[in-house]
Ligand binder design. Sequence first.
Ligand code: PMP
Length: 411
Amino acid sequence: MARAARQDTRLDTWAGRYASRAHGMTASAVRSLFEVANRPEVVSLAGGMPNIADLPLDVIADNLASMVFKEGTRAMQYGSGQGEPVLREQITEVMRLEHISAHRDDITLTVGSQQGLDLVTRIFCDPGDVVLAEAPSYVGALGTFRSYEVDVVHVGMDEHGLDPDALRAATGALKAAGRTVKFLYTIPNFQNPAGVTQPLERRVALLEVARELGLLVVEDNPYGLLTFTGEPIPAMRSLDADNVIYLGSFSKTFSPGVRVGWVLAPHAVREKLVLAQESATLCPPVFSQYVVSTYLATCDWQGQIVSFRDMYRVRRDAMLDGLAEHMPAGTTWTRPDGGFFVWVTLPEGLDSQAMLPRAITSRVAYVPGPAFFADGFGARNLRVSYCYPPPDRIREGTRRLGEVLANELSL
Ligand code: PMP
């Protein structure tokens, strides 16, 4: 250990000069294993990469070419810090599918919802503040919170998502300890990594508790339209416009590479967000915004979402069938109604992190549970995603995972 630390300092001659916030920015322990996991012989159930093979690239290419001819000098110019008004207007239509009625002036465009998270944390959080998040929570959000030296306190979930009683208890205990809680960060739909969804009544109950406790809610919703069971559930923002900041993204419904997301926030917060956005980027990438705007205006984006849903539903079924067939007794898992992820709880005594190198030797990869906790929990959990590999590979992946677990249990 001491030797490793010495080596780090020798390799990085700047080690003594970084700001304290940079100390929390560490590469995950499993990153190097993921390089191996990307080899073709490994079935990777680890990544959360959307499967966009189905996008009509020929049509998109033609429409983008016309856009560049017609509007290239604007699309390739600096733009507004808040984002292009045309796209903001189109986004109000997208959000209507989840019952949100909003004005385009309350929307700020971002570089994916990841940057939305960054900006929201930047304008609200000082070092040592507390953010509440589900247990487990999105690994990218935990990284953002850590980079602002924010303490994450996890709140328990059941099969309907975040538990309002646990929320009340956690907030009470933190207030009694004199801690400042800045907001609740929640992913109500097809949660990453747990795969669970808050039904409408749960959303109403959580918003009531949040109001009563004076808690701002940050609703992160990149997967909401990828539902397998009919109509999307109304967003939390549609139920409480004053106390919810909503993060949206085109990464899962169109393209993650264009890096376009947005924040819908109450007016005063929106003004701060735009100032923060200007200091971060001057303006979010205008060309990307034109790409998304052109796609929405010229392609059947709602039809495309339906075909994404159908494709992911088949993969979800393959994953659930495979798990039912191959998991040893004592293993449990969630049954997502949309999105990309299943959360597995291993039989007692197994450790997802310790097991990962052996799983990779057996040519299957997953993300160990502790990645999704700020406090080291999750050793008996792992996340498997069904978004990317084809169904037969997903089934084969669960078969290999079942073998790995059986071997671990016999160790
Ligand atoms: N929030 C959640 C819950 C996510 O799963 C992701 C991406 N995996 C993001 C935010 C960030 O997405 P993007 O920046 O591509 O919009």
